[in-house]
Design a protein around this ligand. Structure first.
Ligand code: UT7
Length: 347
């Protein structure tokens, strides 16, 4: 699926050229930090293994009692502040770790931000949640349903991680990022370009929390030990992540009418440092053009891309007019890519 391209059948649609434009950006990580040394003290692992296989040194984690909405509210508040206008018509929250199985977390986040009354709902696409949320928010704007949307991507990922599972406990972490999108023109700075999305449900068991949903709850059998936790077939996931992010990235870049050599900044979901290198190399993006914060924040699930954009913009690594490529991959399987011209914005 590609959003932002002309309809091939020429069907009537929203006003021509109406696009979602990035108008605000913010992020938040909880203050508590876990170092590789902390993990080495309680798991059969080593600093060398974690750094060389994942590129991660530290990660932020929620304190007991902190939920996804607490991270989302803080990131959302910062994005609204950076947009200089707190009016929005909708709140979209991309998360893997909603506060409760029911209801969605977005309405509570909207209410706590003083936005109660606006449309608010969750999007569930695990680590690709931000890009699925971006397509959803862009669609709300392009169709005229909303003028301004607050898109938040937040995960308290460590709440579903088995603390004893060295294969996932060293990678996943907590955080939130948010953007404000407004209606604008397709050719102005900040306009969201083509978005490419895909999925492969035949491989859904590669990344899953087996228990806690209707499949398990309707079963007379008790869940197996560990089924309440996130489970990932790391090696297979790695291979699909590289293939799918590369393919989606090249499709999005082509749909934007760009060449890989014209991409100024590559902002990929921070899944694993080696995956990011492999994808960037295949697309042909040198290290100077790659944004990365995985060493300090780990893999923060849906939050990863907006958290990266926010921290990079604060460090001056994103400047107005730059061509930016976003890509992500995760459970579902689900993946995606999008292009964007960076606006005059620091968030
Ligand atoms: O964000 C959403 C999508 N997720 C991803 O993209 C993650 C994709 N996968 C990965 O990042 C990597 O596959 C991992 C970092 C999870 C694992 O790295 P790997 O090089 O693929 O290792 P592996 O899973 O093939 O395991 C190799 C060995 C195994 O030992 P044996 O069976 O060869 O004796 C593991 O038990 O490494 C072992 N291992 C560890 N050793 C030390 C796994 N985790 C650890 C650990 N410390 N933390």
């Amino acid at each position: 699926m590609t959003v932002g391209l002309p309809d091939p059948l020429g069907r009537p649609g929203p006003p021509p050229g109406r696009s979602a434009v990035l108008a605000g950006l913010g992020a938040y990580v909880p203050p508590d930090m876990v170092t590789n040394a902390d993990l080495v003290a309680r798991l059969d692992t080593s600093d060398e293994w974690i750094r060389s296989r994942t590129g991660i040194s530290t990660r932020h984690v929620v304190a007991p009692g902190t939920a996804t909405s607490d991270l989302a509210v803080e990131a959302g508040r910062r994005a609204l502040k950076s947009a200089d206008d707190s009016q929005v018509d909708a709140v979209v929250l991309a998360t893997t770790t909603p506060d409760h199985p029911c209801p969605a977390t977005a309405p509570a986040v909207a209410a706590r931000l003083g936005l109660g009354g606006v449309a608010a709902f969750d999007v569930s696409a695990v680590c690709t949640g931000f890009l699925y949320g971006l397509a959803t928010a862009s669609g709300l704007i392009a169709s005229g349903v909303a003028q301004r949307v607050l898109l938040i991507a937040a995960d308290a990922f460590t709440t579903i991680i088995d603390p004893e599972d060295r294969g996932t406990a060293v990678i996943f972490a907590d955080g939130a990022g948010a953007v404000v999108l407004r209606a604008g023109h397709a050719h102005e700075p900040g306009a969201v370009g083509p978005i490419v999305l895909g999925s492969d449900g035949d491989l859904s068991e590669l990344i899953a929390v087996p228990a806690g949903g209707s499949r398990q709850r309707s079963s007379p059998e008790a869940p197996k030990p560990g089924d309440q936790y996130f489970q990932m077939a790391g090696r297979a996931t790695y291979r699909h992540a590289v293939e799918r992010m590369t393919e989606a990235s090249l499709q999005a870049v082509g749909a934007a009418g760009w060449f890989p050599g014209q991409i100024d900044r590559f902002a990929a979901h921070q899944a694993n440092g080696r995956i990011l290198e492999a994808v960037a190399e295949r697309i042909g993006i040198e290290p100077e053009r790659r944004l990365s914060n995985i060493e300090r924040v780990g893999n923060t699930g849906a939050a990863s891309i907006p958290l990266l954009l926010s921290q990079a913009s604060q460090r001056g690594e994103l400047t107005a007019g730059q061509r930016v490529l976003l890509t992500a991959f995760g459970g579902g399987l689900a993946w995606g890519a999008a292009t964007l011209t960076w606006p005059d914005l620091v968030g």
